[in-house]
Design a protein around this ligand. Structure first.
Ligand SMILES: CC1=C(CCC(=O)O)c2cc3nc(cc4[nH]c(cc5[nH]c(cc1n2)c(C)c5CCC(=O)O)c(CCC(=O)O)c4C)C(CCC(=O)O)=C3C
Ligand SMILES: [Fe+2]
Length: 380
C-alpha cells in the first residue's frame, strides 16, 4: 500500500523484536558535595524519613566526597551491555535513566521517544520483588510517561524484565565472589567462616506483602527470593570448597521511624552475636545489591567492618555482580527470552533454586504501595 506509514524497523527486525530499545533504570546518586542534599530530598520526598536519619545518611556521602559510586558503576554496566550486545549481534540501543538523580528517567524517556522508540524494555538495577525494588520503579515510569503525554509526545509502551535474583548470570558471579572473599581471610579461620548474606532491610509490612501472591510465608516474596538465592550460593560454595559453612540472611541500611518494625537482624548485631557464640570469621555477601554502591561501601565496608574490628572478628566482603560479563550476558538472555515470549514463542527461562522464573508482568496487587500511585509495566 502506498499510504503505509514509514516503518524503518519493520524492514530489519532484530531478535529483540518487538522491542526497539533497552532502558537501564537505576536509583541514581550524587556526584559531588553540592548534590548530596538535593539528592536526599529527591529520595525521601513524602517517605516520612526522620530528619536525624537524613543528616546521618548525608554524612555517609560526605565521607566519600559527596560522590556515590553508583553512577560510575551504571556507566560501566552500560558499556558491558553494549559490548555484549554488539559481540552477539543484538542490535538494540541501550539508554540509562535514574529515579533520583541525573540522568533523570523523564529526560531519558523523552530522548527515547524523540528518537522514535515505541516498545521499550526496562532493566531495573534491583533483582528482587518489593515495593522499593519493583513497584516504586513502575510508579516512576508511569509518572515520567505522564509528563511525555502532557508534552504532547508519543508515549512509548514500557515493559519490565522479570526479577533476575535467580538467574545463573546473577548468581554465579556472586558465588565466585564468595570464594574470592574466603581466600582473603587468614587461612586458619577460613574453614570456620560463616556466610552472612545481606540485603536492604525494609518494613516488615512491606516484606509480608511483597510479590504477586500471598503464600510465601512471613517476609513474603522478598525474603523467600533472598533465601533461595542465598541457599544456591551456599550450596555452590560448599561444593567448591568441600566445607559446610553455617549461613544466614541478615539485613542492613535500616531507616524509617524506630517504632516501625523492619526486617532483622541487622548485620552489626549479627556480627556481635556470632562472635559471642565463637564464630572465627564471617564473609559478608551483599546479595541484595547489584553493584558496590553506597549501601555496600558505607554500611558494610565502613560501619560493619568497624564493628568487626572492635570485636576482633576477621571479616571479608564479597563483591556484587557490577559489570561482570556474565551479568551482561544474563541481561541479553532475559531480553531475548522476553522478546520471544512477546512474539508468541515459549523460550527457555533460565533460573536456579527452588522458586523458578519470576512472572514477566506484575499482576494486580503485586508489591502494594501504602499510598497507591499509577504504575506502568504491570496489570495495575
Ligand atoms: C529494597 C531497597 C533497595 C534495593 C533495591 C534497589 O536498588 O532499588 C534500595 C537501594 C538503594 N537505596 C539507596 C539510597 C537510599 N535509600 C533510602 C531509603 C530507603 N531505601 C529502601 C529500600 C531499598 N533501597 C527503603 C525502604 C527506604 C526508606 C524510605 C522509603 O520507604 O523509600 C535513602 C534515604 C535515607 C535512608 O533512609 O537511608 C537513601 C539515600 C541507593 C543509592 C545508593 C548510592 O547512592 O550509592 C540504592 C541503590
Ligand atoms: Fe534505599
Amino acid at each position: 500500500m502506498s499510504d503505509q506509514p514509514d516503518q524503518p524497523d519493520a524492514a530489519a527486525p532484530s531478535d529483540a523484536a518487538p522491542y526497539d530499545a533497552l532502558l537501564l533504570l537505576s536509583f541514581g546518586g550524587p556526584e559531588g558535595p553540592d548534590d548530596v542534599v538535593p539528592f536526599l530530598e529527591n529520595v525521601t520526598r513524602g517517605r516520612g524519613i526522620p530528619r536525624e536519619r537524613l543528616k546521618e545518611v548525608g554524612k555517609h556521602y560526605f565521607l566519600f566526597g559527596g560522590v556515590s559510586p553508583i553512577n560510575a558503576q551504571n556507566r560501566e554496566l552500560l558499556d558491558a551491555l553494549r559490548k555484549d550486545f554488539a559481540d552477539h549481534g543484538l542490535d538494540l540501543p541501550v539508554y540509562w535513566g535514574n529515579r533520583n538523580w541525573a540522568p533523570y528517567l523523564t529526560d531519558t524517556l523523552r530522548e527515547m521517544a524523540d528518537a522514535g522508540h515505541r516498545r521499550i524494555l526496562v532493566l531495573a538495577t534491583s533483582a528482587y520483588a518489593s515495593y522499593s525494588g519493583c513497584r516504586q520503579y513502575r510508579e516512576n515510569l508511569a509518572a515520567s510517561l505522564a509528563v511525555l503525554a502532557e508534552e504532547g509526545r508519543p508515549v512509548p509502551r514500557v515493559d519490565k524484565l522479570r526479577h533476575y535474583f535467580n538467574h545463573p548470570g546473577f548468581v554465579e558471579p556472586m558465588t565466585d565472589a564468595v570464594l574470592a572473599a574466603l581466600a582473603e581471610l587468614p587461612a586458619e579461620v577460613r574453614d570456620g567462616a560463616r556466610l552472612a548474606f545481606t540485603t536492604h532491610s525494609i518494613p516488615t509490612s512491606a516484606a509480608d506483602t511483597s510479590g504477586p501472591v500471598p503464600g510465601h510465608g512471613g517476609g513474603g516474596a522478598y525474603v523467600a527470593q533472598h533465601l533461595d538465592t542465598a541457599r544456591v550460593i551456599a550450596d555452590a560454595v560448599r561444593e567448591a570448597t568441600g566445607v559446610e559453612r553455617p549461613w544466614e540472611l541478615v539485613y542492613q541500611s535500616r531507616s524509617g521511624a524506630p517504632h516501625i518494625p523492619w526486617l532483622e537482624p541487622d548485620i552489626c548485631d549479627h556480627l556481635e552475636d556470632v562472635h559471642a557464640a565463637g564464630a572465627p570469621a564471617v564473609v559478608m555477601v551483599p546479595i541484595g545489591f547489584v553493584s558496590d554502591h553506597m549501601e555496600v561501601k558505607y554500611d558494610l565496608d565502613t560501619e560493619a567492618a568497624a564493628k568487626a574490628g572492635e570485636l576482633g572478628l576477621p571479616v571479608a566482603r564479597a563483591a556484587t555482580v557490577g559489570a561482570d560479563p556474565r551479568f551482561a550476558a544474563a541481561v541479553r538472555d532475559l531480553v531475548l527470552e522476553r522478546a520471544a515470549t512477546e512474539r508468541g514463542l515459549s523460550p527457555r527461562r533460565c533460573a536456579l533454586g527452588a522458586l523458578g522464573p519470576s512472572h514477566d508482568v506484575c499482576p494486580a496487587g503485586c508489591c502494594p504501595a501504602r499510598n497507591p500511585l499509577p504504575a506502568a509495566a504491570g496489570l495495575d
